[in-house]
Design a protein around this ligand. Sequence first.
Ligand code: ADP
Ligand code: MG
Length: 591
Amino acid sequence: MNGRLDYRLIGGVSVVIAALPAVLGTFGVSLMNDIGISALVVLGLVMLTGISGATSFGQAAFVGIAAYASGWLTTAHGFSPWIGLLFAMAITGAAALAIGMLTLRLGGHYLPLSTIAWGLSINLLFGNIEALGRHTGLANIPPLYLGPWSLMDPRAIYYLIWLIVGLACLFSHNLMTSRSGRAIRSLRGGSMLLASVGADAYRVRLSLFVTAALLAAVAGWLYAHTNRFISPSPFDVRASIEYLLMAISGGVGHLAGALLGSGLVLTLKNVLQDVLPFFSKNGGQFETIAFSVIFILLLHRARGGAMGFISRWFTLRPPPAPGFLTDVSPLPRRPLPARGSEILRVENAVKHFGGLVAVNDVSFSVNSGEIIGLIGPNGAGKSTMFNLLTGVLQMSAGAVHFCGRDISSLPQRTIARLGIARTFQHVKLRPNMSLLDNVALGTHLRTGAGVLRGGLRLNRQEERQIAAEAYRQLERIGLADKAHKLAGSLPLGTQRVLEIGRALAADPSLLVLDEPAAGLRQKEKQALGDMLRRLRDDGVTILIVEHDMDFVMKLVDRLVVMNFGSKLVEGSPFAVRADERVQAAYLGSVA
Ligand code: ADP
Ligand code: MG
């Protein structure tokens, strides 16, 4: 996913697919058609379940909605199947939007459970609507025509199906490597991570959900006009589970796994259908058992699926080097507040957790161009204070003003958009994304391409700007030489530095850092200190929590000391070090 597609590999696969009908019999061609149609559904599922982590047991229902929509419009009203395609996509898209809005906010196991519920209910609906033929279904659905050419013959529709599969793969690959794709790939990191770069996890998930449903819709439309007969059973929850099995056996982390997975499962299904009757008259039931066994074995032995094995044999080409990006106009920057003017004011902030007062009536302010340290023993309420002023937590009482605006009750992502960027005490990076992509995620709030522009590659200019900006920030934090490494391969201390890069990519006027030096060695700490001072010289205001007293005393202009939720002292590093109350608070603690 981090590399670019290998065009030779894709060319080779395309030639093989184009040549297959010449060597396959009618049965083989029909099987390939089924594989292609399933691959469209599984492609959506790889993104939805594999990459974003939302398990759907209801994908076949979307295939069914589209198949019935086009089947009904073309048989009952005589419309062209091409009009049927538009109708099917509109109906399926609307259904996915409605279902998604109702269910995607559910966390944990509730989402998969709810997908089973609507999978079942939509299937029941097909079987009970008179106009849709109840359980007998719809017959005599017209075949597809391309102008005067009928695509009734399996060999004719083969090329349309695989052309669509090719385009869908291209769209999905473009999407995954775009701005929306980076947000989608970050969904597993939680909504707090996304909100910190100004993105709304729910909307990102919803747009992916609808995209996956639309891929299923195209599959349903192809299914209806290829088989020319539909009934409820191919769209039931069992079919949804089969799609999931395809996604898992192909490899949930890779788009190409969709092709491999549907190929493997459908071929195996056919083999089993031929072989099992030799063993028992009830071969059909054994098929289910055989599939269950394979499913369990896969989960035990090969979580990475077929692509997991294959990707060991070839490496993806790395993305372009930064030299390629020199002629790009930089992303627009936000105007910085005048140096020395008040940028942040916290007034009597209070935060209760049940009976515990984690932050108790704390006030302080920060001027533009300052580095302010927030220190105090463990549990003093420093991280809670940061969570209050970045909108992660809502205050129990008090107010926060940023650049003259009351931000006390604004959501996290709005505060991020106003110019406060942060890092987390517990690192929130995407370990399977490159350093470059992790930092590029930070530009989310400065850029705008959505799913459609990303998928259709209408975002080239913006992507080049994003890449140039991400490289620039990686250089700033001294990690440019590792741009294409995976973030998870860095030591924990360096991951914290990478988070600063992501925060900087948002072009913040206030940078909020929660223990950025933890886990760094002495030399690295010095480099971090130098970097933070350079940032201040560039006009960035910094609020930092840090335990290493030597480090923090040399770095900051002013210190705010907290203890048991309250502000103890505020002043210059020198005055704070000399203060008796501070020494008492730290006795037996850090300093
Ligand atoms: P610090 O960052 O200064 O070490 P924290 O702000 O993390 O301290 O925590 C302050 C106090 O609030 C601690 O006693 C901690 O246990 C408590 N606390 C922090 N977050 C929560 C939470 N989400 N729910 C309940 N208690 C919390
Ligand atoms: Mg903390």
